[in-house]
Design a protein around this ligand. Structure first.
Ligand SMILES: Cc1cc2nc3c(=O)[nH]c(=O)nc-3n(C[C@H](O)[C@H](O)[C@H](O)COP(=O)(O)OP(=O)(O)OC[C@H]3O[C@@H](n4cnc5c(N)ncnc54)[C@H](O)[C@@H]3O)c2cc1C
Length: 499
């Protein structure tokens, strides 16, 4: 990739600041948890949005909460910005370092504190992987429902900070609906708790404020999640459509019929073709779009729901319907969807994953607009999405070693997000704002709304050091974006020289 943001510090002041930080940290924590040589810190220069990179002053890998407190206290005293990091799978640059800051990796805090099968909860440290929670709950017949496609690697700390979603969130809710309690450390090093083990907790619902705050309010050090019983059985329908708009209409029709599938996902033809070559999921690669529609519960519930969903899908133009006949076949159908992003990586040197949400009835319209944009920006796009939630993931294919292609991909992505806002949706469904969508925030929110966001940020982090410069744009940034704003692929006043 080519886009490297310029550092804020000159090489000399970078070194001086680094020495000051490392010296102060070594007085507070053991040297084994600190990295500051460039060969050690370079691996942390980006997250899953590899187009943006910066090398930090240092990386700290605390082994316990007390070390997290001491590190934050040192950084607070020195005025050093801190970027928390889980597994670095984020797709919006949320864990990308700040050049004059510290990366605080929570990856070594990975203890399972307790699994309580009676209360149906698990309490874990933030570096525990999403899938690991279901693995430790499995002997009790329980699991943790939110299932991002990155669940094999991403951490619960990252999930809490992004309010992550997944295939099963339509029926079982997002991270925010499945977390009961979070313990965290503020930038000043104070321990705070949000929520409680009881179904409700007193006071303002700050737990919901913290979830999705993208590492800007506090460092998550412990999470208690809700576990639910594993369904007795599940089956998935694969329905083929000869027109993407028909597929979009079928999604809206399923929900309108009062059905809440355990998963309702859609992929267009370029996506099914890329995936099929990669994982051989058994997809219909001739269809313009396929829907995956899951039912779970008792065998009787599943049989009835599959019947009802099949008849809605047929009525709304499904050309072919295949229902999984065994658990391996069901998992094979899902493996295609779960591997859609890596499959994009096989057919293009780079891909840019967008994440916007729109009302379900507008799915067909947005797909049509994206097809027009493919011509305008001369770039291909594959579409994969959590259709039931109206959460779209267009994957723009480009070659990152060609700067012009990358700029076109960026403008293409911004255009898609603006289209989502225009259709009554939002600029993010689950991947967060990070550094990626900070300009799009100027389009979605008024100056007054953004000021209110900053007021909340200041209440948690008065010094403004936690994940500074991410997620909320300043008025000045939005003014600059307004001047540079590309609409429908056109810069305003294109003849004017730009500096
Ligand atoms: C192939 C692929 C598929 C994906 N599929 C999905 C999907 O289906 N659904 C979905 O929602 N996302 C998906 N993602 C995005 C990503 O996996 C999620 O956003 C995930 O929650 C990030 O977790 P992480 O541990 O990697 O966090 P990171 O990327 O390290 O960090 C994410 C954000 O959380 C902050 N943070 C991390 N840990 C803490 C902490 N302990 N305290 C405070 N702040 C913290 C960081 O500063 C950053 O802002 C996918 C990513 C990839 C690469």
């Amino acid at each position: 990739m080519t886009t490297v943001l310029a550092g804020e510090l000159s090489a000399t002041s970078f070194e001086a600041r680094q020495n000051e930080l490392v010296h102060a940290l070594l007085a507070a924590v053991p040297p084994r948890i600190l990295l500051h040589r460039s060969e050690d810190t370079v691996p942390y220069e980006c997250d899953g949005l590899a187009a943006y990179r910066k090398v930090p002053l240092a990386v700290a890998l605390p082994e316990n909460e007390a070390q997290v407190q001491r590190i934050l206290q040192v950084c607070h005293r020195l005025g050093i910005p801190v970027v928390p990091r889980g597994a670095g799978t984020g797709l919006s640059g949320g864990a990308m370092p700040i050049r004059d800051g510290l990366v605080l990796s929570l990856a070594r805090l990975r203890n399972i504190v307790e699994v309580d099968p009676y209360a149906r909860t698990a309490t874990v440290q933030p570096g525990v992987r999403n899938l690991q929670i279901s693995e430790v709950a499995a002997p009790f017949g329980l699991y943790y429902a939110p299932d991002p496609s990155s669940q094999i690697a991403c951490t619960i700390g990252g999930n809490v900070s992004e309010n992550s979603g997944g295939v099963h969130c339509l029926k079982y809710g997002l991270t925010v609906h499945n977390v009961l309690r979070v313990r965290a450390v503020t930038m000043e090093g104070e321990i705070v708790e949000f929520g409680s083990l009881a179904p409700d907790s007193p006071g303002l619902d700050l737990l919901a404020v913290l979830i999705g705050s993208e590492g800007m309010f506090a460092i998550v050090t412990e999470v208690t999640v809700r576990l639910i019983p594993k369904p007795q059985t599940a089956q998935v329908i694969m329905a083929s459509f000869d027109d993407v708009e028909k597929g979009g209409e079928a999604v809206a029709a399923i929900i309108a019929a009062g059905l809440i599938p355990a998963g309702l996902e859609m992929m267009d033809k370029p996506a099914t073709r890329a995936v099929e070559e990669f994982v051989h999921a058994g997809y219909d690669t001739e269809a313009e779009a396929i829907l995956l529609c899951e039912s779970d519960g008792t065998p009787e519930e599943v049989a009835e729901e599959i019947d009802r969903m099949t008849s809605v899908l047929r009525k709304h133009g499904a050309a072919r319907i295949q229902v999984s006949r065994s658990e391996p076949e069901r998992l094979r159908f899902w493996s295609g969807r779960k591997n859609a992003f890596p499959a994009a990586g096989r057919v293009s040197p780079d891909y840019y994953c967008m994440d916007g949400t729109i009302p379900r009835r507008s799915i067909g319209l947005l797909l049509k607009r994206i097809a027009e944009m493919e011509h305008r920006y001369a770039l291909r796009c594959m579409n994969v999405f959590h259709a039931g939630d109206g959460n779209m993931h267009p994957l723009i294919l480009f070659n990152g070693s060609d700067l012009d292609e990358w700029h076109r991909a960026e403008a293409f992505g911004a255009d898609i997000l603006e289209c989502c806002v225009e259709l009554g949706g939002t600029i993010t469904g689950e991947h967060g704002v990070g550094i990626e969508k900070i300009n799009s925030m100027c389009v979605q929110f008024s100056p007054e709304e953004r000021d209110a966001f900053f007021a909340v940020k200041r209440a948690f982090d008065p010094a403004g050091l936690l994940n500074a410069d991410k997620a909320i744009p300043t008025r000045a940034r939005c003014a600059d974006y307004g001047k540079m704003h590309i609409v429908r692929g056109q810069l305003p006043f294109p003849d004017l020289p730009r500096f």
